[in-house]
Design a protein around this ligand. Structure first.
Ligand code: NDP
Ligand code: 8X3
Length: 258
């Protein structure tokens, strides 16, 4: 029989565990017997998650991934049962707006870059040395189909996800020989709070991308993340791109006069 890794040996550090993929992944790992460190800014959501999963298996840390000092402190202060992190799920991220580049709010771009790029590199850089010292681990980053395929209004969001992909691939080169796996997960249309955040709480706009179709859900992505990390240690999934079956590709957009 094919031998998967034992999830009860996993200590999983998750950014963005208050919603969507991060929350679903926290549940998936905890139900499989892993220890989970759930982080995010909304403390009340973390408290609820910890109540659900139990404090023995779920340690919570309210934090903003953009805050380097807070990240450093949180990681330095991890209590013993949770200190030996061997899986990092660098998931926290967001899209803001869908306006064309010349009309977009520059502040939205700054927030996406600070969260999806700066927060991502803080997470990985601060947790990686410990994993190397302990002899191995797995870094999972959250990219997107938007990191490969351009779409109108996706300029900086897509670029941050292209960053995640290239960062993950480059990371693999740096950790060669250190028993560290790196995987960039690249989902397409998935119904979470993502769209509500993108459209700043406008529920009508947020519902439109999912209306009349069957999008993926957070559990679909959590299961895929979980799967890549349970594969035997000699197998590395570099990139995993997922789309809803209902989502495919359109033609190039040719501008024509008249
Ligand atoms: P959600 O909005 O449901 O979840 C986003 C999570 O990120 C929340 O837990 C949020 O927590 C956290 N987060 C956002 N900003 C910060 C911050 N500054 N510090 C700490 N945590 C933060 O979206 P998804 O679950 O869908 O998205 C998760 C990741 O997947 C993102 O990186 C997104 O770009 C990516 N993705 C999403 C797709 C989709 O269609 N849904 C498709 C492809 C990729 P809090 O607000 O409490 O801090
Ligand atoms: C989220 C998927 O297509 O809305 O990364 O950019 S998309």
């Amino acid at each position: 029989m094919y031998q998967l890794l034992d999830p009860s040996t996993f200590v999983v550090f998750i950014t963005g565990a208050t919603s969507g993929f991060g929350a679903a992944a926290a549940r998936r790992y905890a139900e499989a017997g892993a220890k989970v460190i759930a982080t995010g800014r909304r403390e009340e959501r973390l408290v609820e998650l910890q109540l659900e999963l139990g404090a023995k298996n779920c340690h919570i840390i309210p934090l903003d991934v953009q805050d380097r000092a807070a990240m450093e402190q949180a990681i330095a202060d991890l209590p013993p049962p949770f200190a030996g992190v061997n899986i990092v799920l660098a998931n926290a991220g967001l899209a803001l707006g869908l306006q064309p580049a010349h009309e977009t709010d520059l502040g939205d771009w700054e927030t996406m870059i600070a969260t999806n790029i700066t927060g991502l590199v803080y997470t990985v850089r601060l947790l990686l040395p410990g994993m190397i010292d302990r002899g191995g681990g797995h870094v999972v980053t959250l990219g997107s189909v938007a990191g490969d395929y351009p779409y109108p209004g996706g300029s900086v969001y897509g670029a941050t996800k292209a960053f995640a992909k290239q960062f993950a691939l480059n990371l693999r080169s740096d950790v060669q020989g250190k028993n560290i796996r790196v995987t960039n997960i690249e989902p397409g249309l998935t119904e979470t709070e993502f769209s509500l955040v993108r459209f700043k709480g406008d529920e009508d706009k947020a519902a439109k991308p999912y209306a009349g179709t069957k999008a993926m859900n957070a559990d679909d992505i959590a299961e895929s993340i979980f799967w890549t990390t349970t594969l035997p240690a000699h197998v590395n999934v570099n990139r995993l791109q997922l789309m809803a079956t209902t989502q495919a590709f359109g033609p190039f957009d040719i501008y024509r006069e008249g």
